[in-house]
Structures are given as C-alpha cells and as structure tokens.
Ligand binder design. Sequence first.
Ligand code: GDD
Ligand code: MG
Length: 380
Amino acid sequence: MQESLPHPRRHPGDAHRRGGALDTASVTAVILAGGQGTRLRPLTYHRPKSIVPLLNVPFLAYQLALLRQHGIRDVVLSCSYMVDEVRETMGDGDRYGVRLGYAVEVEPLGTAGGVRNAVDLLGGRVVVLNGDVLTDADLGAMLRFHADRRAAATIYLTRVPDPTAYGLVELGAEGRILRFIEKPDPAQITTDTINAGAYILERRLLDRIPGGRMVSIEREFFPGLLADRIAFFGWVADHYWLDIGSPAKYRQGQLDLLARRVATTVSPAGALADGRLSAEGISMAPGASVARPSLIGAGSRLGAGCRVGPSAVLGPGCAVGAGAAVTGAILWDRVSVGDRAVLQDCIVASGARIGAGAQVGAGVVLEAGAVVADHARLAG
Ligand code: GDD
Ligand code: MG
C-alpha cells in the first residue's frame, strides 16, 4: 500500500545545494522503519523504535535532518509495525523540511522487501537507511564515491571491535565488496568493517527483489549482487555511528548527543543545563540543582534539594521529588520520581511512577506506566 508524496516545497537554505557538483535533489531516500524493535523492549511495546525520543525528539528527525543537510528532500518511510504511531508523529514531513511518503506492509517484508514495497515512490538513485542508525556521515561524499565508481550499489561501512551483531563486509581493491556475512560466527571474523546500515542503490537493482514475500537485503539481496558480479562497493568512513537498537545504545546515543559528539542540526526539546536552550513551565524548588550536560523537558517540576544530572534527560511534564537524585538516566514524559529516590543510568518510559526512597540502578528499563514501590531496589 502506498501513498503519493505531497507537492514539493522549498525551504530556507535549499538554494546553495542546487547546482553543486552532484545533483542530490533528484536522489530519493527510503528509511526502513518497519522492525519490531525487539531488543528495545519494553520501550517498543507502545512506541516503534523509529520514533523513540532522543533528547525529547523522535529518532527519525535526526535521519531526516541528515538527509536534508545533504540535499535530499523526498523520503519514504517503509513501515509495518505500529505504522499509525509513526504517521501521527512524523506527518507529511513539513515540520522536518522534507516531503514524506509512506509505504506500508501488511505483513513484514524484510529489509529488501521493505525497499521494494516503496519502489513506486522512488527516483533513479536511492539512499536506503536502516531506521535505527544515528550518524553524521557525509552522505554527499558517499554519493560522490558511488557516482565516481559508476557503482550500482554502495554500502557505508564502519569499524567496530566486535562484528558479530552486524553484517561483516570484506573489501577488495578500490573498495569493491568481496564478501557480506550477516551476523557472522566468531570463527568467520576476518575484518572489523561492518555494514553501517546506509546504502546507495540504482533503482534498476530493485527489480531483483521478488515481491510478495519476505526478502532480506543482507542475507539475500547483497549476496545476489556478489554472485552476479554487479558493481558493488563499500565506502569506509569513521564518522560518528551508532545503532540505537538496544537499551544501552539508545541511552548512549543520547549521552553522545548531549556531549555534542554527534554533528546534527536537530535541537533538543527542553532546557539544556548549560543555558543554551530554554523551555516553558519548568519550576525549581529551593536547593534543586541541575548538573550539565542535562536536558529538562517543558513543564517539569524539580523538588527541593533534588539533584538532576550530569547526563540526565527528563521528558516533558516530569516531577522529581525533594532530595531525589537522577544521574545518567533517561526519563520519558510525565515520569514522577518520589522524594529521596535515586535513579542512575536507567531508562524510564512515559508516565512511570517511582516511589519515595526507591533505588533504580544501571541497566534497568521501565515500561510506560510502570509503578515502583516506595523503597524498592531495582538493579539491571
Ligand atoms: N519496512 C521494514 N520491514 N523494515 C524492517 C523490517 C521489515 O520487515 N525488518 C526490519 N526492518 C528495519 C528495522 O526497523 C531497522 O530500522 C532496520 O530494518 C534494520 O533492522 P534491525 O533489526 O535493526 O537489524 P540489525 O541491527 O540486527 O542489523 C542491521 O543493521 C546493522 C547496522 O546497525 C543489518 O543491516 C546489519 O547488516 C548492519 O550491520
Ligand atoms: Mg539495528
């Protein structure tokens, strides 16, 4: 099921992108946002992974900003799980300076099937992003690399200490891809370069993806390109890169954004402890303190003598009780923290209530609406 993209709209700052060496305005993008976010449960029970908040902004906003920064304005969200929530949050993309279309799968079609399902909304050269990758990669440089080599397909590659959770990629001369092994066994590890989950594909390649069934881009489509000796290249870069698909990495991504380790044009929503941003309706009782870097959502109330931060993110409408301490923790909207409770390096979803004097420790992830009893102790 597909819907057409709305009419083009120009945004301030568009002009300087036109007429450059490479016309990125004709490039369209598809973001794979249909996964169930299993590893991010329980956060993804009520909200799909693609729109979990990072610094109180839905994740996809960071990817749209990156695409926009590199002149790409037409973006298709390839969705299946909880598509209504994605659509409600992201809308037609106007707020993000892009034109959004939606390609919706009734049954999940996999990472290649999800691209194929969007084909009628895509142009001649297609950027594909996994919908959970936080990066400031220079997509313009990647597009030039692709064009210079007359590649049919190019993958963004990054280096990690342990490739077993990723797609391992072996490179040959001039960056040609020799092997692609999804989720390799430890015995298969021959390199530290992995698929960073961003691709450039010539549209004609999409005809290779069979319709009507689940097809994996990593396990079927890429090995097929290699078998048929298609011009398939890897672009290795060491920009900031993180797959936010596990609780630890989802939290880390926000600490990295707070510490400005990621170059992005997205502004956090709320008041930053360093005073760079403000937000409405925040109240601080006497003796309450906020240590930087931290972000406090609009309408949050901080009780007497409480300590928030460093590295804390409070969503809008949170309440922190007197004498409580919140450090390294990510709180979604409307979380209430009881008097003298201690939250450290944990994640708490919308509307959860932490009792007075409770302790919530590193690695704990509390789902929306969770209730923690007074003086309870939770460890990850
Ligand atoms: N539309 C659609 N349909 N999207 C899907 C489907 C589907 O059936 N299944 C998964 N996706 C989306 C997910 O929402 C996610 O954004 C993206 O595809 C990748 O799925 P993950 O489940 O996050 O894969 P992964 O992290 O284990 O591995 C992938 O990413 C690694 C980099 O982070 C692979 O591409 C690896 O090769 C890669 O190294
Ligand atoms: Mg992932």
